[in-house]
Each structure stands twice: as C-alpha cells, then as structure tokens.
Design a protein around this ligand. Sequence first.
Ligand SMILES: [Zn+2]
Length: 443
Amino acid sequence: MKRLLAIALLLMMTLAAHADKVKVRIFSNNTIKTLNISFDLGAYNLYADGDNLIEDMVGEGRSVLVRREGNLLHLNVNETDYGTFSSIRLEATDTACILCLNPEGCKQRTYEGDLEVSPLKGGGNLQLINNVEFETYIAGVVQSEIYGKKSDIFRIQAIISRTWALRNMGKHRADGYNFCDHVHCQAYLNRCIRPDIMMGAIQSSGETLVDQYGALIETPFHSNSGGETANSEDVWRSALPYLRSVEDTFSFHMKQSDWTKTISIDRWLSYFSKTHKLNTSDDAVRDTLLHFSQEHRRARLLGIPLTRIRVDWQLKSTFFSVSVDSASRNVVLHGHGYGHGVGLSQEGTIRMVELGIAYDSILRHYYTGAFVHQDPQANRNYVEQYVDQIARIIEEDKNRQTQVRSKKDDWLGRLFRLRDREEREEVYIEDQQDNEKDWEYEW
Ligand SMILES: [Zn+2]
C-alpha cells in the first residue's frame, strides 16, 4: 500500500503539469461524413456504444472506416463489416500510440491519445474528439500557433497557451468537450512532430502566468504589434492592468511588420457617410478621414472604433495611417503589425529570443506586472533529464540527415519509448522514507 501510494505520488509529481487529459474537438472547422483511420505507432482497443469491445490491439496494417448512416455510425475494419453504432472509441493501449486521420476531403493529420467518434447533432456529419494528455495538447498547440527556431520561443508560447487553457477549461462544457481546434480556442492542427518544439514545451512544464495575487491571467497574443501593443479596453471591453500598451520595437523588420492597402477615395468616404452617417462634405471631416495618422496607437477615428473599421475593411491591424494619392484618386492605408495588438507579439517574441533576452523578461515585457509561476509539483529534475534526451536526439538526427528513416524509428518514436521507460522503470529503494528521493530513474 505504501509502495502504491509512493508510485501514485511520484507520478503526480513528475507528471503534474500534464496529468490530466483534455477533450479537444478536432477538424471542428470541417464538414466530415466519412473518416478513414490508420495506425502509425502502437495499438488501440476499438469500442462501440460505450464499452462494447469490437477488436483489441488494432495497429499498423489495419484500417478503420467510419461513416455517418442516418443517426448512427457505420463501422468497417479492413474487410469486416460490423454494422451500425451510436458511438465509436479508439483507446490507446499505452503512451506510444499515433493515429492517422483521413476524413474525406481533408488533409491527413496525426494525433496521440484516444479518439471518440459520434454523430454531430443537427446535420449528417461526424464529431471527432481527441481525448489527450494536457501537455501533449499544449505541444500540438504550440506547433500550430507559432513559427521559429529557438526552443525559448516555444517555451513562451507553451506558457501562454497553457495559462489560457487552464483558465478556459469549461469553454465548450455545454458541447461535451473542453476545446475546439481552431482560433476560437487555440489552433491544434496536429500532434507535435518537431523535437525543438517538444523541448520548449517540456522546458515550460508547470509554468503559468499569474498576476500579483497569484491568479492566472488572460494571455492574448497576436502575430505582430507593429511597434506598439494595444490597451485591452481599446480592443475589447475591459481594461486589464496587465494588458497595457507598451512600446515594442522588437516587432519591427519582421514578416508582418508593415502592410498597405489601397482604396478609392470615393469608396473610402462613402463608407463613412453611409455606414457611420458622417458628413463627408464637411471639409474638416473630409480632411481627417483622408489624412488620419497614428504615431501612437489610437482607439477611434472621428468617434468610430478602429476595431470596427478593421473588420469592415478586413485590415491586418487597427494601427494605420491614411494618405492620399491624388494621381490615382486613391487613399493608401499604411499599416503596422498583424492582429488585435493586445498582449504578446509573436514576432516581437521571436526577435527578443534571437537577441538572447530571457523568456520570463519577454513575458513581463508584454504582460505588465505579470509573473511566471512555477508549479512546485512539477519535477524540474525530470524536465531537465527529458530535455537532455531530446537535445541528444536532435544532435544525433543532425548527423544523419541524409539517411532515410522509417516512421517508427524517428525521434518521436524514440522519445515515446523514453517516456514509457520514465513511467515504468522507476527503482524503488525500500529501506528509505516514501518521498520523491526514494526513486531513481534509469535513462
Ligand atoms: Zn472553441
């Protein structure tokens, strides 16, 4: 009993930051009527209508086909037709399991964890839910949400994505899952397949962003601030103390730093007269509309929220100035940045990491007065050992780039095996107290 308790405690400590599973609705932006599932790694048990076991140890070489039939799901495994059910579930038999999902009309994606398929309410489509370890989800989100080359970029994105997810666990409670997989929640378009991203996510284990009272904060982010971030109340309703406008020269000279848009003078003016009832025959009004400028971010143009103008004209940002090209009778909008501008600028972050600025300083630059909170239950030894292993894998892979590798022998397969060992091969020293130190890892 003591030993069992020790095992439980140890697992809680080492896996604290990713102990819980989350349910994510995947392909939530797609219309799916037929789904083909194949298996890349590991074995799955296939259940229907709850716990009715259809086949066990389904793995590579097997193909599961699910299609909507009336209010039910039709199930076929290789050549065997199993008839119709109200739900189907594939449950991973261990941590080293990868599913390949090919919904008709969509590009293939791969996921770890379990899969639940059910008929989507209202309509003839399928609902796909990935029941996955929280941290595996976070690594997939990081891969979907940011680009870059340095692991600190991914560490920062993992912290803000984790903080957001922990604050918003109940976002889709009414739908029966935690998150969807697109921008409404956070993009989660595949399992994480890059070792450097996995490394950043693991380095951030147990880290969240909190305010001075220790409460998780809102962590909005955008592609590029254009040189200055926005106050939260200028974009949304509430003024949050940690979402203040800050100067951000790190966002200069990046992919999304600047943009221009050309619109005919007539269309531009008629938009303000028709939609916003401004008197554009008035010289002062006309002059402001044609020569509006923002040295620093502003919230309104003649009382109209810039956020509204951004949506109506599909502009990359609200941070723009207007000039007139008399020859072509156009106005030219010169804009900076991409996105709402509140919170963290991803491209500013990429630049700051390249300059060698510490990850927590970067977070504090964008989230005024916030702190990185370290979960005391997250085992830093475990994190460091894991990171060492990944660094070694990356290094070895660099040296054999020309060699053709099979899928199962890629870095992730090796990492999975390490992860499994981490869970299974603890050494218990019986004559000592039951605490964390009683366990040694074999690597
Ligand atoms: Zn959502």
